[in-house]
Ligand binder design. Structure first.
Ligand code: GDP
Ligand code: MG
Length: 455
């Protein structure tokens, strides 16, 4: 999700010029780009207009803090507004009521309702230890009832039988009765959808809603339908008191427009994302994380690409082979890593690409000095072959000798060894995951994680 938006935004947001203060003038072009990017991401037009208006109002006249460039200041504003439009905090389900708590699913045919019932049932059972009953009121397609039965069996939750002869309201009533009688914590009710919003369907689900009085009425919508998702959301929201949204098929949607539109149009939070066909592919939706992902991902990806381009292929293969041979990562490997980092434009070049890092105050940045690499390399150069292969040998007198040989202090040697140990741990974790995993690890290590002296 959001790949395209991210790409466009990260390209344009850097171009905000000027200094001191954001003005109409220096954000005009960028604002136009933001608008285009959102439209291309298939965000609904009213949402785009409102978003751009709010960013503009907030930006114009804003003082640029000393440590930031105007572009960075602008990004901060865009990020805050992205969060605002999606709802800031994750809102989970509110199941606090006299049990059973009833969850009603609504949405068009093919949106992913039945699949989401299974996923949600599994989540509530496994994460919250709830006793869950599911039932299908989709009486138009026998296969739909069977589909839910199978799904319930797969995830190990109870299924309340129904058949196509029954009326949806009857089914709902019977399932609720059964839920009370057998002390279920949660009853999830799946419903029929249509291909388009029609009155008959809305009347039916309104009746079911009245019968059940659910604590959660979740609107399930396919992210890939983009602008249409916003329109259907509006129709359902007008007909039913929705309490939240499940946005499905996010895994197949590179644009992400629906995520930005749905909340704004319905005023209801997106509570979960469906991210695949499997029953565990359901994630709580965190607007703040998603917002920083929209703005930061491009940079991380480009960093990974840089790494992959620059890391000497042979070195990488040697390293990979070493892991296969189960010998592990030694100081010799650490040295060749340092050399590769130097080839990539040094630590500053890398840092600037990590999300949030560009916002580090400049006095912190100044301490991240590429000379550090040179020094680290010098220290390793002063070790014997045996010491490089067996760092655990390096104790008191050896440390003194190495420090003297490299023109450093014993504490520098200690620091290097500590960094080496961290790197070694990271490498172990990387054995399976490859470069992307390593980047994730490094990101975690960076701010104050001991990689940099003086912090
Ligand atoms: P319903 O008509 O609303 O009940 O929709 P279904 O639950 O039957 O889902 C329709 C299709 O969408 C099925 O093939 C599902 O496997 C698929 N589907 C549902 N949710 C997701 C999702 O989050 N990601 C992907 N890739 N497919 C999904
Ligand atoms: Mg269904």
């Amino acid at each position: 999700m959001f790949e395209n938006l991210t790409e466009r935004l990260s390209r344009t947001l850097k171009n905000v010029s000027g200094r001191g203060r954001l003005t109409d003038d220096n954000i005009k072009d960028t604002l136009r780009e933001v608008r285009m990017a959102l439209l291309e991401a298939d965000v609904a037009l009213p949402v785009v207009r409102e978003f751009v208006k709010r960013v503009k109002e907030r930006a114009v006249g804003t003082e640029v803090s000393k440590s930031l460039t105007p572009g960075q200041e602008f990004i901060k504003i865009v990020q805050a507004e992205l969060e605002a439009v999606m709802g800031e905090e994750n809102e989970g389900l509110d199941l606090s009521c006299q049990p059973p708590a009833v969850i009603l699913m609504a949405g068009l045919q093919g949106a992913g309702k039945t699949t989401s019932v299974g996923k949600l049932g599994k989540l509530l059972k496994e994460r919250d230890s709830k006793k869950v009953l599911v039932v299908s009121a989709d009486v138009y397609r026998p296969a739909a009832i069977k589909q839910l039965e199978t799904l319930a069996g797969d995830v190990g939750i109870d299924f309340f039988p129904s058949n196509v002869e029954q009326k949806p309201v009857e089914i709902a009533k019977a399932a609720l009765e059964h839920g009370k009688l057998k002390f279920y914590d949660v009853v999830i009710v799946d419903t029929a959808g249509r291909l388009h919003v029609d009155e008959e369907m809305m009347d039916e689900i309104k009746d079911v809603h009245k019968t059940l009085n659910p604590v959660e009425t979740l609107f399930v919508v396919d992210a890939m339908t983009g602008q249409d998702a916003a329109n259907t959301a509006k129709a359902f929201n007008d007909a039913l008191p929705l309490t939240g949204v499940i946005l499905t098929k996010v895994d197949g949607d590179a644009r992400g427009g629906a995520a930005l539109s749905v909340r704004h149009i319905t005023g209801k939070p997106i509570k979960f994302l469906g991210v695949g066909e499997k029953t565990d592919a359901l994630e709580p939706f965190h607007p703040n994380r998603v917002a920083s992902r929209i703005l930061g991902m491009g940079d991380v990806l480009s960093l990974i690409e840089d790494l992959e381009r620059n890391v000497d292929k042979q070195e990488a293969e040697k390293l990979a082979k070493k892991f296969k041979d189960k010998k592990g990562f030694d100081l010799e490997d650490f040295r060749s890593q340092l050399q590769q980092m130097k080839n990539m434009g040094g630590m500053m070049g890398m840092l600037d690409k990590l999300p949030g890092m560009s916002q580090l105050p400049s006095d912190v940045k100044d301490k991240v000095d590429d000379k550090v690499f040179v020094q680290m390399e010098a220290i390793i150069n002063s070790m014997t072959k045996g010491e490089r292969a067996h760092p655990e040998l390096i104790k008191g007198s050896r440390k003194k000798r190495i420090a003297a040989g490299s023109g450093t202090q014993v504490q520098d040697v200690n620091r290097l060894l500590k960094q080496f140990t961290q790197m070694q741990k990271m490498m172990k974790k990387m054995q399976k995951g490859g470069m992307k995993n390593m980047m994730r690890q490094m990101k975690g290590m960076m701010p104050g994680g001991g990689m940099f002296p003086g912090r």
